[in-house]
Design a protein around this ligand. Structure first.
Ligand code: ADP
Ligand code: MG
Length: 700
């Protein structure tokens, strides 16, 4: 039998499996062949080095291991309630064991008067403890009592009934590894094994299942983790490099006369170091001859707008046009205002295109975009995507990646007669670097990780409803100093009515507490023009307090607003809290964020509030969020395959990921087609992955 074949052997041919169990493995765990079964690694190991005495058992122990003798066993109850019970006795006391299912079989396996090692989770009933469905192991002369690391495998209720519980799987695994160990092939080049002191693949696989000690388990996992991330990054990097071919030729934007003029004479402030670095990175892309696909991450207030403008000038200076697309009208409008301020200074034409643009004006815009007279267009995605023709679109800036998919990015390329436009995606929702590297592996990532000088960090505090009067007092003081205040209520779609009532009650209590004070209110049920009107009143400073649902979350810029009160703060996610807080702290004044909650908080809720009070750093918050929720909830992760990782944990293994990525990059740069002899091993493994993927698509 050839090496490849043994792992594609159907699982039912493994000794101890057979058709019935095989069918279960197929349907419950998608395990079809030997290779699949080997890759069913335990999700943890239990350290069975400790034996408990029965009188040491206490509440909240996750599991215990006890040596004892069965002194009595009997069936109790009738019909459905019928169950097998047994008494386990050691020299300190008695413990009850119970089987609600499969009692008949267990009854045959265990005998009174015989000693066993019993393993399971103790539960308290009154004064007594009992363990239901414990694992039982007969103590014989060969039983090693010094303890070991026991693998724990995922399984299902259906499987347990057929004795494919964790222990059952473990038995099969042992048989399988004995039969196939010799055939397990190395997947990393020898020079890497030496450089990183990795275990050989064979041993890593065996120890990942059955480690002799915690250190070997660790070594095995480190190697498999690295390998997993390495091959994933290799694939992503290859895709990315594949784009640097004829097909993805980009326009070359090397001339910068207007940009220089703007830079020398009109820049309203010095760029931060981070802004300068990012501008350089983008410029390198723009003149490289290949299409730029870059993600620009920067916390709220880090100054992305000016960077976007500078990049637009690079395009315009070379005879091309630029567009900026935002997810909402309000945001487009604000971007337009922000960019126009700069554009007017150097006489670059700019227009705004929204749903409320009049037909006549719209015709003019269309015409001027087609003739090339209009240089910058700002608008919502929908408007720019499908209705606009450019003379030559050279740069497309997209705000808020999260609402904008890869498919849409691709659609844009069709909009131009020349080479595809360079793409710059801006996001204020910091994605943890580790995640960005993985999810956006095909994008280059630039980060503005520095705020303009002189910004005072926002002071964040947590207050309970009992402190409401003091909070109102504080708001009053700030307003008297000439500032403005946001009060935000959560919006949970399932109970829109309740949210609305909540908001209205809040609005009324604020009107009562601040008699004569002009207060704005904005919520989702209002007509767009009414919303806009209220927003404008607040922007102009006519109203002092803005009561709102989360509609104000993105974009709005009112530098005079210095206090953000978030009601029911426990109901918001971390990313959202951070975005909301970013609405203040935009002016020179000290700003505050007050998180209001009730007294009772969940553990996660507490953690979120503590994180917010502790840091203003969007990346730290994003990392905390990742730890709390796992990568599954973060957008973009579904397609990236990071949810299929068996060993690596994106929220913890940042360094390994970085190493793996660097290595993948280095290898592909030196040997893009992996033709060097030492890389044959990598190529072989890639071929195996590819084969598995096609097999999968056939199965599902
Ligand atoms: P965001 O990254 O959230 O889009 P903006 O581009 O809106 O941030 O910038 C926030 C504010 O900071 C704006 O008022 C902008 O003019 C100002 N700003 C940007 N860069 C600098 C800088 N280097 N120095 C001082 N102020 C800056
Ligand atoms: Mg912005």
């Amino acid at each position: 039998m050839s090496n490849n074949n043994i792992f594609s052997t159907k699982v039912e041919y493994l000794k101890g499996v057979g058709p019935q169990k095989a069918a279960l493995l197929n349907t419950e765990l998608s395990i079809f062949n030997f290779g699949d079964l080997i890759a069913h690694y335990p999700f943890r190991h239990e350290d069975r080095t400790k034996f408990y005495k029965i009188d040491e058992i206490e509440d909240d122990l996750p599991y215990v291991q006890i040596k004892g003798r069965i002194t009595r066993k009997e069936f109790v109850g009738e019909g459905k309630g019928k169950r097998l019970t047994a008494q386990l006795r050691d020299d300190t006391g008695v413990l009850e064991l119970v089987w609600f299912k499969g009692g008949k079989w267990v009854d045959k396996q265990i005998q009174e008067g015989v000693s066993y090692i019993v393993f399971g989770k103790p539960q308290r009933f009154g004064y007594k403890f009992s363990i239901s469905h414990p694992e039982m192991e007969l103590i014989t002369a060969e039983t090693k009592l010094e303890g070991k690391l026991t693998p724990v495998y995922h399984t299902s209720e259906k499987m347990k009934v057929k004795r494919l519980d964790s222990k059952g799987i473990s038995t099969l695994m042992l048989t399988l590894l004995k039969n196939t160990y010799e055939h397990i092939q190395e997947t990393l080049p020898e020079y890497l094994l030496n450089e990183y002191h990795f275990l050989p693949k064979k041993l890593a696989v065996v120890y990942a299942h059955f480690p002799k000690d915690p250190d070997l388990l660790n070594q095995a996992q480190e190697r498999l983790k690295f390998e997993e991330l390495f091959f994933m990054q290799l694939k992503l990097m290859a895709t990315k490099m594949g784009k640097k071919t004829e097909k993805f030729r980009g326009q070359v934007f090397g001339k910068i006369p207007t940009l220089k003029e703007f830079y020398d004479n009109h820049l309203p402030f010095d760029l931060t170091g981070a802004q300068k670095r990012v501008v350089r990175e983008i410029f390198e892309d723009m003149k490289s001859g290949f299409q730029m696909n870059r993600l620009l991450q920067g916390d709220v207030g880090s100054g992305k707008t000016i960077v976007a403008f500078i990049c637009m000038l690079m395009a315009i200076d070379n005879g091309a046009q630029a567009c900026l697309m935002a997810p909402t009208e309000i945001l487009s409008q604000q971007h337009y205002v922000g960019l126009k301020e700069h554009a007017d200074k150097i006489g670059v034409s700019i227009a705004l295109l929204t749903g409320s643009t009049k037909a006549k004006e719209r015709r003019l815009i269309d015409e001027q975009l087609r003739s090339g007279e209009l240089k910058i267009i700002v608008g919502t995605h929908a408007l720019i995507e499908d209705k606009v023709d450019f003379q030559n679109l050279g740069l497309c800036v997209i705000d808020e990646q999260h609402r904008f998919g890869v498919a849409q990015r691709a659609a844009l390329w069709k909009k131009t007669s020349l080479a595809p436009p360079h793409i710059l995606v801006m996001t204020a929702t910091p994605i943890p670097r580790t995640l960005a590297m993985t999810v956006y592996g095909d994008l280059d990532v630039s980060v503005i990780d520095e705020l303009p000088a002189g910004r005072k960090p926002i002071v964040t505090t947590h207050r309970t409803d009992a402190n409401r009067l003091r909070v109102f007092g504080f708001m009053k003081e700030e307003i008297e100093k000439g500032r403005q205040v946001y009060v935000v209520y959560p919006l949970i779609e399932e109970s829109e009515k309740l949210d609305y009532k909540n908001l209205m009650d809040g609005y009324e209590s604020i009107c009562r507490a601040f008699p004569g004070m002009p207060v704005s209110i904005v919520h989702g049920r209002m007509k767009p023009e009414d919303k806009d009107f209220e927003m404008q009143r607040f922007v102009k400073g006519e109203t002092k307090i803005m009561v709102a649902t989360t509609v104000i979350e993105v974009g709005v810029n009112v530098p005079n607003a210095s206090v953000m009160v978030i009601e029911n703060a426990e109901k918001f996610g971390l990313a959202q809290l951070h975005q909301l807080r970013g609405r203040v702290g935009r002016g020179a004044e000290q700003s505050y964020c007050i998180l209001m909650t009730g007294k009772k908080l969940s553990k996660d809720g507490k953690f979120r509030l503590e994180t917010m009070c502790r840091t203003n750093n969007g990346f730290e918050i994003a990392d905390a969020d990742l730890k709390l929720r796992g990568p599954g909830d973060i957008e973009g992760t579904q397609q990236s395959g990071i949810l299929n990782l068996k060993f690596a944990d994106i929220s913890k293994d940042a360094t390994v990921l970085q190493d793996a990525r660097k290595l993948a990059e280095k290898i592909l740069e030196e040997d893009p087609d992996l033709t060097l002899p030492e890389h044959a091993i990598i190529k072989a493994q890639q071929a195996r992955f590819a084969k598995r993927e096609t097999n999968w698509s056939r199965i599902s």
